[in-house]
Write a protein that binds this ligand. Structure first.
Ligand SMILES: Nc1ncnc2c1ncn2[C@@H]1O[C@H](COP(=O)(O)OP(=O)(O)OP(=O)(O)O)[C@@H](O)[C@H]1O
Ligand SMILES: [Mg+2]
Length: 306
């Protein structure tokens, strides 16, 4: 069974593609058959980070049925064991991927024969992005230490949280819940998830227990990228505490990745950072993260919630 790692961050430029390509490279190097899927449709650039300058096929060929089987859109990379489904040439916007195509894609991903499948999800909180993130229990959030990036990753977590809760209610019940929240806590009640969950706890205790159990089974992770010397190294831990307090969900702080000018250099040279600059602090951080993360259990995609 494949390990599926969706990688999401609220803000563009936080390092999702850099992380996906680096973890992919490390997993592949350790002998794991690894597939990267670029789902940052419309702004795909993962191919450039794994040495595939001109992908001759891509994900949208599957969506448009030009290539009927998802596996046939897979490209090799210059690295043994590392494969890619590129998002290049896609003029699709993930937000506009119709429901039936999303389900078809997830079912097709579930059938792929790889040890690790990493999904580079792109920024934003489009429902499709949330659903790809929630299809696995091992989602990875990434942010930089900048307040704007932290704000956006929090917004993403909150959107994911509500997206999941939404599945436990019929449209009518959810509307009633929204109305009650607005009456009790004002119009910004959806910015304060603890209000919603306190209403769920009181009015729908069975659903509350199910939701709690559901969230406890997730193993969300948070990675802080582009940490400079002067930055607070405990920031990641502090963010996780705030998430626990406001959303009641466990997000495990998994580690920091140092800011390193060489990342920019490697991308400009279109080479893999880890191969060109293996003795840097950031490369060390990535190796540490990879060894912490790669012993999680493989799992089935959760398609029943869609
Ligand atoms: N640890 C790092 N040190 C220095 N620069 C970094 C680091 N990580 C990423 N960067 C820089 O940030 C830029 C953005 O990274 P990346 O493309 O991975 O972000 P992204 O989250 O995928 O963005 P988008 O949402 O636009 O796809 C890179 O081009 C690189 O120059
Ligand atoms: Mg990207």
């Amino acid at each position: 069974m494949a390990h599926i790692w969706p990688i999401g961050g609220g803000k563009g430029g936080s390092g999702k593609s850099f992380l996906a390509s680096s973890l992919g490279r490390l997993l592949a190097k350790s002998g794991k058959k690894t597939l990267l899927i670029d789902l940052d449709l419309g702004a795909a650039n993962l191919h450039t980070m794994v040495g595939v300058p001109y992908p001759e096929k891509c994900f949208s060929d599957f969506v448009t049925k030009k290539i009927p089987v998802l596996e046939d859109t897979v490209l090799g990379t210059p690295f043994p064991n590392l494969f890619l489904i590129s998002g290049a040439h896609d003029n699709l916007d993930i937000a506009n991927l119709p429901y039936d195509k999303k389900i078809k894609t997830l079912r097709a991903i579930a059938k792929l024969q790889y040890e690790y499948i990493l999904l580079d999800l792109g920024a934003g909180t489009a429902f499709n992005t949330l659903d790809f993130f929630l299809a696995s229990r091992n989602g990875i959030f990434i942010t930089t230490p900048e307040p704007t990036s932290i704000e956006n990753v929090y917004r993403l977590m909150r959107a994911i949280y509500f997206r999941r809760i939404r599945h436990y209610f019929s449209a009518t019940d959810f509307k009633a819940l929204e109305k009650k929240a607005r009456q009790q806590s004002g119009d910004d009640s959806f910015n304060k998830p603890e209000h919603i969950i306190s209403i769920v706890k009181k009015e729908y205790p069975e659903k509350y227990m199910l939701i709690k159990k559901d969230f406890n089974s997730f193993c969300f992770k948070l990675i802080l990228n582009q940490l400079r010397k002067q930055d607070n190294t405990d920031l990641g831990m502090q963010i996780c505490k705030i998430i626990k307090k406001h959303l009641g969900i466990n997000v495990i702080f998994t580690g920091n990745i140092a800011y390193d000018e060489h990342v920019h250099d490697a991308i400009c040279q279109r080479v893999c950072f880890l191969d060109r600059y293996p003795h840097t602090r950031a490369a060390n951080d990535l190796r540490e993260l990879n060894s912490k993360m790669s012993d999680s259990l493989g799992e089935q995609l959760m398609l029943n919630y869609l």
